[in-house]
Design a protein around this ligand. Structure first.
Ligand code: HAM
Length: 411
């Protein structure tokens, strides 16, 4: 019996997994200096949590959730994203009683029943942050700077950063009405998805990827013309901050998000080479969600990075390193000494692989394949004199050293 993986999921193993590890390690370093603490959230939540936060008429809730009844008949959903669970945990654990702001990060698998294609999986991984308690745009800036610092540390300097404001419950309804008016005049020209959505969620029509829909909506009104005074101020202040910190951004007044909880600032980071699934990271403010879920009024902002998409832009070779040393031995006596030396080097933190015995040539070939930095060679002759022969594989330089002095060579 042979099994294959479920459609739309993938195994992550060496060398690709090194890139994921690098992204995780780098993220943790950045989170530490920005004061974001880890929160580990359940993978399963009550279905209603997502329906009420992401929104009943979104693609995610309408058709992408992995939902099932547990044995007691409760409707349970595999999390399609992390924000809803973070908000639930924030309220349920009374984290609002702690000094504000409370800043969290999480890493882990998310599940969406989407049509699999390059950059789109049914089980994918996000690294996300959520900052609770600060309404002012300086927290928007902090979160954006954190994301930029993280991407820069991973070697990205020219990703596209798109920004918009979605307004608030005070100003967005006016824009919504105006949009409905705009679309209703020519709704027949739009695709069936757009036609179905336009009354319930007209903002989603700005996000449809069908070429004809894009063409038909080119002169759609811009939300930025409908923002209330508070939202304009917030947006302008954030723009000033971004300019002061030399962050290059583009305003995309038709940028919307596939989740309904956002207010004011929203943003996306895109890679030029990723094609249709180009968003590497995305996020924004959700100032009303904590209160809607029964917590005290608590503004919040966050984002999530799609690890698969980010990893696809990083060259595996960069992090596909081999062991520090490969110990090739010739003969039984040398095998014993090799094992002892390997252990003592490992205890000092070096990654060491032990040879297979057999011919020296075959062992050196294996050291090369493993991308070892050094080969250490122990034969009868070396054994007698308590020395080790070493060879640096990158340039072929070699020498001999007393056994106990080997770290002088390989450190
Ligand atoms: P999102 O835009 O739905 O936002 O997802 C964030 C990122 O996850 C996307 O930009 C993309 O890189 C990645 N992603 C989403 N779906 C898939 C998929 N099927 N396959 C591979 N990668 C995918 C959120 O999830 C919000 N919770 C972000 C947030 C946090 N907003 C505020 N706080």
């Amino acid at each position: 019996m042979k099994f294959s993986r479920v459609k739309g999921v993938h195994d992550i193993y060496p060398p690709e997994v090194y890139v994921y590890q690098k992204i995780e390690e780098t993220s943790k370093e950045i989170f530490r200096v920005y004061g974001f603490k880890e929160i580990r959230l359940p993978i399963i939540e009550h279905t209603e949590l997502f329906q009420r936060s992401i929104g009943a008429t979104t693609d995610i809730v309408e058709k992408e959730m992995y939902t099932f009844n547990d044995r007691a008949g409760r409707s349970i959903t595999l999390r399609p994203e992390g924000t809803a669970g973070a908000v639930r945990a924030y309220i349920e654990n009374g984290l609002y009683n702690l000094p504000s702001p409370q800043k969290f990060y999480y890493m882990g698998p998310m599940f969406r029943y989407e049509r699999p294609q390059a950059g789109r999986f049914r089980q994918f991984h996000q690294i996300g942050v959520e900052a609770f308690g600060i309404a002012e745009p300086r927290m928007d800036l902090e979160v954006i700077l954190l994301l930029q610092a993280l991407l820069k540390r991973l070697g990205f300097n020219s990703l596209i950063f798109e920004l918009n404001s979605l307004g608030c419950p005070e100003c967005r309804p006016r824009y919504r009405e105006r949009l409905i008016e705009f679309f209703s005049q020519k709704i027949g020209a739009f695709c069936s998805d757009c036609q179905r959505r336009f009354e319930k969620n007209p903002l989603r029509l700005l996000d449809c990827k069908v070429p004809n829909c894009i063409k038909e909506r080119t002169d759609a009104p811009s939300i930025l013309q409908f923002l209330c005074e508070g939202c304009i101020k917030h947006f302008e202040k954030l723009r000033t901050y971004l300019e002061d910190t030399d962050i290059t951004y583009t305003i995309r007044h038709d940028l919307v998000r596939g989740l309904d909880y956002y207010t004011r600032t929203i943003f996306e980071i895109k890679g030029e080479t990723l094609g249709a699934q180009s968003a590497i990271a995305a996020g924004g403010r959700y100032d009303n969600l904590v209160e809607e879920f029964g917590g005290p009024p608590t503004p919040a902002i966050g984002f999530a990075i799609g690890m698969e998409r980010l990893a696809s832009l990083i060259k595996t070779e960069l992090y596909d390193k081999g062991p520090k040393a490969y110990i090739a031995f010739l003969g039984e006596g040398a095998e014993k000494v090799s094992m002892k030396i390997a252990e003592s080097l490992r205890a000092r933190g070096f990654w060491v692989e032990l040879g297979t015995g057999g011919s020296l040539k075959a062992q050196l070939r294996r050291a090369d394949k493993l991308k070892a930095e050094y080969a250490i060679i122990i034969g009868e002759e070396e054994l007698k004199r308590s020395v080790l022969k070493w060879k640096r594989l990158s340039d072929g330089s070699e020498g001999e050293v007393m056994e106990e002095e080997i770290t002088k060579v390989i450190s």
